[in-house]
Design a protein around this ligand. Structure first.
Ligand code: CP
Length: 467
């Protein structure tokens, strides 16, 4: 299998074996960074950065220039025709006719997928809202592999804004896939979204533990009262005793502490934001004296604000500037592979920590919509051509996952399209919790967000829905 002409929109677009292969190319690039200028000669990369960036944008540019290619750039939506109301799809088609590869950062979740759907050239997601940032995850995994040789069975603590941090969302799935144990340490009010946790428990073979009551010793330590963590599939001896279990994890030491800043650009500037800022957890020298951090790599995707003290920079455990520097060889490898300028054998990797699930797809012009206001499918300029589309990830309860932003919703009402046919009296809607959810074939399923909407489409309540 080759990586040529592929997209990297989410970390799930690249397998464990392909990541290993990419890292071997990145090693080559790092070893002879000045000798790669023949690889992408004549190729053009379009760098579309519609949110601020230092590392991702400049390391992509440096990577393409090191490979001998050229770069065209747009960095401000206001200076592009998007500001005149052009859709992302039209922009993607046009830019795809100017460049051989597109790198896009955009504030809307799912925007990179739309670009990939329409550009006709490989597209790399450089961050779409709070959704994902897969190339940052490649840099993070590369750093872990360089320092610890393997990711399997490492204990990685994720720290800070786990709600809005796109880097952690991509990283979580990758760590789970490689068999790491993940410990979540969110700032108050910044917990990992439920849809991410749900996905961890259904698609990855680990055990998700929620520890409601930690013992006294642990309450004062790094972990909050409501700790959550996930262990890979190998059975844990103490699995029935979660608070003892997390103690065992901590006593074994944390291999990496992945610190993230408060994503203030994803929140409205309210008193609540001041509160989040005031209570945001800080990593400093004192915290790192804890015995669980003796050999901990301190990581951060950067930029940092107040959550990581400058005094840690001189500590040999600090990894964040190395992580940023690895951005160039890792992105050189990615560009060379997606442009087909480099071929690499894909090693057989351990994929046993993830479950491959082929979910049925739900797509209709009207009815249920994604509830995430920041999803690309809900933006006025895009609704003219984007139809809501979901994966049906569960029938009990009925759960849909938006194919753009991957947020989930549990709609309450369903009907079957088979009943339309000339028999108005048969147009009935049902509760999504009834047996009908399994009886109606997925291709005939109509899902409504409310009874009002079902009735607006001339459906009548079935017996179980009548008051
Ligand atoms: N890590 C990261 O995405 O940094 P930038 O926002 O500076 O690109």
């Amino acid at each position: 299998m080759s990586l040529a002409n592929r997209n990297l929109v989410t970390i799930d677009n690249i397998s464990n074996g392909e990541i290993e292969a990419l890292f071997s190319v990145a090693d080559e690039m790092a070893d002879s960074i000045n000798e790669q200028s023949g690889l992408c000669q004549g190729k053009i990369m379009a760098n579309l950065f519609f949110e601020p960036s230092t590392r991702t944008r400049l390391s992509f540019e440096a990577a393409m220039l090191r490979l001998g290619g050229r770069v065209i750039t747009a960095v401000d939506i206001g200076a592009t025709s998007l500001a005149k109301g052009e859709s992302i799809a039209d922009m993607a088609k046009v830019v795809g006719s100017y460049a051989d590869i597109i790198v896009i950062r955009h504030p809307w979740e799912g925007a990179a997928k739309v670009v990939a759907d329409y550009a006709g050239v490989p597209v790399i997601n450089a961050g779409d809202g709070s959704h994902e940032h897969p190339t940052q995850t490649l840099c993070d995994l590369y750093t872990l592999r360089k320092e610890r040789q393997t990711i399997k069975n490492l204990r990685i603590a994720l720290w800070g804004d786990l709600k809005h941090g796109r880097t952690v969302h991509s990283l979580i799935y990758a760590l789970a896939r490689f068999g790491a144990t993940i410990l979540f340490y969110p700032g108050p009010g910044l917990e990992i979204p439920e849809h991410v946790l749900k996905r961890l428990s259904t698609e990855y073979k680990g055990e998700l533990q929620r520890c409601g009551a930690l013992n006294q010793e642990l309450k004062g330590s790094v972990f909050p009262v409501d700790a959550i963590y996930m262990t890979p599939s190998s059975p844990h001896q103490l699995t029935m005793l979660p608070d003892v279990n997390i103690q065992v994890e901590l006593e074994a030491g944390v291999d990496a502490l992945y610190v993230t800043r408060l994503q203030k650009e994803r929140q409205s500037p309210t008193a609540e934001q001041q509160e989040l800022k005031k209570n945001y957890p800080v990593v400093d020298k004192k915290l790192l004296t804890g015995k669980e951090f003796k050999k901990t790599l301190v990581m951060h995707p950067l930029p940092r604000v107040d959550e990581l003290a400058y005094e840690v920079d001189a500590d040999p455990r600090s990894m964040y500037f190395k992580q940023a520097a690895y951005g160039v060889p890792v992105r050189m490898a990615l560009l060379a592979l997606l442009l087909g300028a480099k071929d690499v054998a894909i090693p057989k990797a351990d994929d046993s920590f993830a479950r491959k699930v082929d979910y049925p797809v739900y797509k209709r012009d009207s009815g249920v919509k994604c509830l995430n206001r920041n999803c690309v499918s809900n933006q006025e300029t895009e609704t003219k051509y984007i139809k809501p589309e979901f994966k049906i990830v569960s029938f009990d309860p009925l759960t849909l996952r938006c194919i753009y932003c991957e947020h989930e919703l549990e709609p309450q009402y369903i009907a079957s399209s088979e009943w339309h046919q000339g028999k108005l009296e048969n147009k009935k809607y049902h509760s999504a919790n009834s047996h009908w959810v399994r009886k109606i074939k997925p291709e005939n399923l109509i899902i409504f967000p409310s009874e009002k909407e079902a009735q607006a489409h001339q459906f009548k309540p079935s017996a179980c829905n009548r008051q």
